[in-house]
Design a protein around this ligand. Structure first.
Ligand SMILES: Cc1cc2nc3c(=O)[nH]c(=O)nc-3n(C[C@H](O)[C@H](O)[C@H](O)COP(=O)(O)OP(=O)(O)OC[C@H]3O[C@@H](n4cnc5c(N)ncnc54)[C@H](O)[C@@H]3O)c2cc1C
Length: 216
C-alpha cells in the first residue's frame, strides 16, 4: 500500500497473532518467503498497534531489501522473528510525553501515538521530513491527534532546502514544561544526536530520553 514517495505499508495477516506478545513500539525481523528475499531477515517496526489478525509495517526504500517489499505479491508467506525492542509504553514514567520522529522513524511512533496512556494535552508528536509529501501516515496521525486531544506538529525543510534545527530554545517554546516530559525518539542519526543534545540542554534527564536507532 502506497504511503508516500518511496514508502509502502505491508499488511501481515494471520491468526492468534496476539500470542506473539508484541507491543506498540516494537519491531520484528522479517523473512519473506519469496525469491530474492528468503535468505535475509531485516528489522522493521510495527507501524500500527498489533491486532490478533493483523500486523502492519511501513517501509522506506533504502536499499535492496526495503525496495523489494514494494513488489511483494499478496499471499506471500513470511516468518516474523521477535518481537524485539524496548521503545514501549513501559518506558514512560511521566504523564507528559514528547515523541520526535524523522523519516521512517515515524513507524514506532505511529503505533505509540495511538496507544500510549495519556489525557488531552499530554502527548505531543513532532515529525520531521524533507518535504510535506514525505510525511507518511499523516492522515492517520491527524485523526489520532484529534481523537486524543494530542498535539501533532511537523517540520520540513525550508524553500532554500535548509533543515529546521531542533534547539533547546525551540523545544522550550514548544513545551515550556519540556523537562517534565518523557521523550521517545526515532529517526536518522543526525536528527537523533541533535535532538538528544537539545533535550539534555533543555533539562530532560537522560533516563527519560528513549531512543530507537534504525542504523546498523
Ligand atoms: C530496530 C530497527 C527497526 C527498523 N524499522 C524500520 C521501519 O519500520 N521502516 C523502515 O523503513 N526501516 C526500518 N529499519 C531500517 C531497515 O531495517 C533498513 O533500512 C533495511 O533493513 C535496509 O536493508 P536494504 O537491503 O534495504 O538496504 P541495504 O542496501 O542493505 O542497506 C542500506 C542501509 O541500511 C542499513 N541496513 C542494512 N541492513 C540493515 C539491517 N539489517 N538493520 C539496520 N540497518 C540496515 C545499512 O547500514 C545501509 O545504511 C529499521 C532498522 C532497525 C535496526
Amino acid at each position: 500500500m502506497y504511503e508516500a514517495p518511496g514508502v509502502v505499508s505491508v499488511l501481515i495477516t494471520g491468526r492468534r497473532l496476539h500470542r506473539l506478545g508484541a507491543q506498540p513500539g516494537q519491531f520484528f525481523r522479517w523473512r519473506f518467503l519469496t525469491d530474492g528475499l528468503r535468505w535475509s531477515s531485516n528489522p522493521y517496526s510495527l507501524s500500527a498497534p498489533p491486532r490478533p489478525d493483523l500486523l502492519r509495517i511501513t517501509v522506506k526504500a533504502n536499499g535492496e531489501h526495503s525496495e523489494a517489499l514494494a513488489r511483494l505479491e499478496p499471499g506471500t508467506r513470511v516468518w516474523a522473528e521477535g518481537p524485539y525492542g524496548a521503545l514501549t509504553a513501559a518506558r514512560r514514567s511521566q504523564e507528559k510525553v514528547l515523541m520526535i520522529a524523522g523519516g521512517a522513524g515515524i513507524t514506532p511512533m505511529r503505533a505509540l501515538f495511538e496507544t500510549l496512556p495519556g489525557g488531552p494535552g499530554d502527548l505531543t508528536l513532532l515529525y520531521r521530513a524533507s518535504k510535506t509529501e514525505d510525511l507518511a501516515l499523516w492522515a492517520e496521525l491527524r485523526a489520532i491527534a484529534s481523537a486524543r486531544g494530542a498535539r501533532l506538529l511537523y517540520a520540513v525543510n525550508g524553500p532554500d532546502g535548509v533543515r529546521p534545527e531542533i534547539t533547546p530554545r525551540r523545544l522550550r517554546e514548544l513545551l515550556p514544561d519540556i523537562d517534565d516530559h518523557d521523550v521517545f525518539l526515532c529517526g536518522p542519526d543526525g536528527l537523533a544526536r541533535q535532538s538528544y543534545e537539545a533535550l539534555r540542554e533543555a533539562g530532560v534527564p537522560t533516563r527519560r530520553i528513549h531512543h530507537e536507532s534504525f542504523e546498523m
